[in-house]
Unconditional design. Structure first.
Length: 289
């Protein structure tokens, strides 16, 4: 019980930190440079452009109400409670920061790059804690229930593009949308890196005259598991053993050198592998994204 409570408190600490970073990224990079932002925050940008007296953070809270009612039925209480907390903290932080400090415009490309990184990183941390910041983040989380095979970053990118174009129309500036799309692409990439790991895994398929020696060295020297697949050469008709091995990106040089030391004529195929789970890689978590 005590361990569960401390884990929950730590999760809310991370949500708080990420939500404040989210607010800093928006106030510093997006708002003063009129860069189009997707989701409910982007809709709040549009409303604020026509009604300057309406604080963006407060508008976000109001617009999120119906979405959270929908989320309560589909996602359950835990995700909804943590998402409500993240939404309130990030929205209030946007308004509070704006009250105490007004950021000056910077080079639009710098704002696009740093804004995308800050927003993507903060959203990734929030998602890792089993929460969202509301808006299209919540919509993306709902879509993830039906489209489990799609990465969260790509789902968010699709749902946010329409709002970015609308923000650009409200500002009367096409560059707002162009910079917004670049920032959205960066944020989705950074978010997926946070969610699915910086160290992209690889999968190697190895066809060799000496598969047993290669398999032995891979397991002993690289501490990687190897699966032996049964294959047959289409031209020769000979039965062959094909080695399949998943390994970390940082091990690719050692793996190639090891294979070629054993059999210089070995046929080697290396492919990207994402979201690898199991021994030596990450473990599956409940409500995994």
């Amino acid at each position: 019980m005590k361990k569960s409570l401390s884990k929950t408190l730590l999760a809310y600490v991370w949500i708080t930190v990420a939500s404040v970073i989210y607010a800093v990224g928006f106030n510093w990079c997006y708002e003063p440079n009129q860069i189009g932002f997707g989701g409910i925050t982007g809709v709040a940008q549009i409303i604020n452009a026509f009604l300057p007296w309406a604080p963006i953070g407060t508008v976000v809270i109001i617009l999120n109400a119906p979405l959270f009612l929908l989320g309560w039925r589909l996602l359950g209480g835990h995700l909804l409670l943590s998402s409500l907390y993240a939404m309130f903290v990030s929205s209030l932080a946007i308004d509070v920061l704006h009250m105490f400090h007004t950021f000056q415009p910077m080079d639009p490309m710098l704002a696009t790059i740093y804004g995308g990184v800050l927003m993507g990183g903060s959203l990734g941390i929030v998602f890792l804690q089993g929460a969202t910041t509301g808006g299209t983040d919540l919509i993306a989380r709902l879509l993830k229930l039906k489209l489990a095979w799609l990465p969260m970053g790509k789902i968010l990118m699709a749902t946010d593009l329409v709002v970015i174009v609308a923000v650009a129309l409200a500002f009367g500036n096409i560059y707002s949308a162009l910079y917004g799309v670049v920032a959205l692409f960066l944020s989705s990439k950074v978010m997926d890196m946070v969610l699915y790991g910086l160290d992209t895994a690889k999968v190697a398929y190895i066809i060799s005259q000496d598969p047993q020696t290669i398999a032995y060295r891979l397991t002993r020297e690289l501490d990687r598991g190897v699966t032996i697949l049964q294959g047959r050469g289409a031209w020769s008709g000979q039965d062959k053993e094909v080695l399949m091995c998943a390994f970390k990106q940082r091990q690719i040089v050692a793996m190639k050198r090891m294979v070629k030391e054993v059999d210089p004529a070995a046929f080697l195929i290396v492919c990207d592998a994402h979201d690898v789970m199991g021994e030596g890689f990450r473990e599956y978590q409940q409500n995994d994204l």
